[in-house]
Design a protein around this ligand. Structure first.
Ligand SMILES: NC(=O)c1ccc[n+]([C@@H]2O[C@H](COP(=O)([O-])OP(=O)(O)OC[C@H]3O[C@@H](n4cnc5c(N)ncnc54)[C@H](OP(=O)(O)O)[C@@H]3O)[C@@H](O)[C@H]2O)c1
Length: 311
C-alpha cells in the first residue's frame, strides 16, 4: 500500500526516496490500481538531469507538471513543460528530462504497467545519498565479475566503442584477457588506446573474421547491442553476458543489471584513482545545451561518453 486511502481524499505519509537530487514519492502502486498503473510524484533539483536518455520496452509514462519548468527531450525534440503541462512518453520512444531553471521542479508521473515504479525504490535502497553513479561503468564491472576472465582468455566485445564497452575493454585488458573489439574503422585508434589488441570491422562478416583468427570461437562475449544471443562466436562452454536481457538462459549466460551499490561505487573510485580506468569523454556540453548533446547522441557514432556539466 502506498499513500492512498480508500476513505476518500485522505492520505497517509507516503514512502519517499531521493537519489542525488531526484525525489520520488510513491502515491499509488499496483495494489492500489488493480495492477493498471502506478502514480508517483517526482521532484528534481535545479541544474540536474533526471535520467540518461532511455526508452521503455513495456511502459507508457505520462508526466503532469505541478511546479517549476521541466525541460523534456523526446524523440530528438526539446520542449519546456510548465505547471499544468502534460508530457506523454509512450513505450519505445527515447526520452529524458532535466531542470534548467533555478527552482525545483515537481511533477506527477503515471507509469503503466506499474511494476517499473519499483525501480526508484530499489535504486533508493542501494544507492548512497547524493551519489550519481555511472551506470555504464557499473555495468562493465558487473560484466567483468560474471565473465571471470582468466589471463590470456579471449573476450569478444560487441559494441566496444560505446559507454559500457569502453569501460569493459579497459577492465578486461587489465585482467589480462586478449581483447577482440568490434568497431568502425574510425574506432581503431580509440580502441587501441583503451588497450584492445584485435579490432575487427563491425560491418564486415564478423562470424568469418572471428573464426579465421579464433577457429574455436571466443572464451567469452560481452554483447551490448544484439537482440539475439551471438553464441555462434562462442567456444563450447563459453560465457556470454548482455545488459539487454538477451544473453539467453542456462549455464554461462548472464543478463546484467547495473548495481550501483556503495561497494561497487567504491571499487569504481579505486579503479579511477589508480588509473586502471579512465572515463573517455567524446564531447562535453553545459546543461543549457543538453538538447545539442542529445541530438549528437542520436545522430553521431558514440565513442565513450557524452558529458553534461551541471552547476
Ligand atoms: N541492464 C543495465 O543495467 C544497463 C546498464 C547500462 C546500459 N544498459 C543498456 O546497454 C546498452 C549499451 O549501453 P551503452 O551505454 O554502452 O550504449 P552506447 O554508448 O550507445 O554504446 C553502444 C555502442 O555500440 C555500437 N554499435 C551499434 N551497433 C553495433 C554493431 N552492430 N556492432 C558493434 N557495435 C555496434 C554503437 O555505435 P553507434 O553509436 O554507431 O550506434 C556504440 O558505439 C544500451 O541499450 C543500454 O540501455 C543496460
Amino acid at each position: 500500500m502506498t499513500g492512498t486511502s480508500d476513505e476518500g481524499a485522505a492520505t497517509h505519509a507516503a514512502e519517499r526516496v531521493v537519489i542525488g537530487g531526484f525525489g520520488t514519492t510513491f502515491l499509488a502502486g499496483a495494489g492500489d490500481t488493480g495492477g493498471a498503473y502506478a502514480l508517483v510524484e517526482h521532484t528534481l533539483a535545479p541544474g540536474l538531469l533526471g535520467a540518461p536518455p532511455h526508452r521503455h520496452a513495456r511502459e507508457d509514462e505520462l508526466s503532469y507538471v505541478l511546479e517549476g519548468t521541466l525541460t523534456v527531450w523526446r524523440a530528438g525534440r526539446v520542449s519546456e513543460a510548465g505547471p499544468g503541462a502534460v508530457v506523454r512518453k509512450p513505450r519505445g520512444e527515447w526520452h529524458t528530462f532535466w531542470n534548467a531553471g533555478r527552482e525545483p521542479v515537481r511533477f506527477l508521473e503515471v507509469i503503466s504497467p506499474p511494476a517499473f515504479a519499483d525501480y526508484f525504490r530499489e535504486l533508493g535502497r542501494i544507492m548512497p545519498p547524493g551519489a550519481a553513479p555511472d551506470l555504464a561503468a557499473i555495468t562493465a564491472l558487473a560484466a567483468l565479475d560474471v565473465l571471470a576472465l582468466a589471463e590470456g582468455e579471449t573476450v569478444l566485445v560487441i559494441g566496444a566503442a560505446g559507454g559500457v564497452g569502453s569501460f569493459f575493454v579497459q577492465l578486461a585488458v587489465n585482467a589480462g584477457a586478449h581483447m577482440i573489439a568490434l568497431g568502425l574503422p574510425e574506432d581503431i585508434d580509440y580502441l587501441r588506446e583503451l588497450g584492445a589488441t584485435e579490432i575487427l570491422d563491425r560491418n564486415a562478416d564478423v562470424g568469418t573474421s572471428v573464426r579465421e583468427r579464433h577457429p574455436d570461437g571466443a572464451d567469452a562475449i560481452l554483447d551490448v547491442v544484439s537482440f539475439m544471443p551471438q553464441d555462434s562466436l562462442l567456444k563450447e562452454g563459453g560465457r556470454l553476458a548482455s545488459p539487454l536481457g538477451t544473453a539467453g538462459e542456462g549455464p554461462g549466460r548472464f543478463n546484467l543489471m547495473a548495481q550501483p551499490t556503495p561497494e561497487n561505487l567504491q571499487r569504481l573510485a579505486e579503479l579511477l584513482d589508480d588509473g586502471t580506468l579512465r572515463v573517455p569523454i567524446q564531447n562535453s556540453y553545459e546543461l543549457a545545451h543538453a538538447g545539442e548533446a542529445l541530438a549528437a547522441f542520436g545522430s553521431t557514432h558514440t565513442q565513450g561518453k557524452l558529458s553534461i556539466t551541471t552547476s
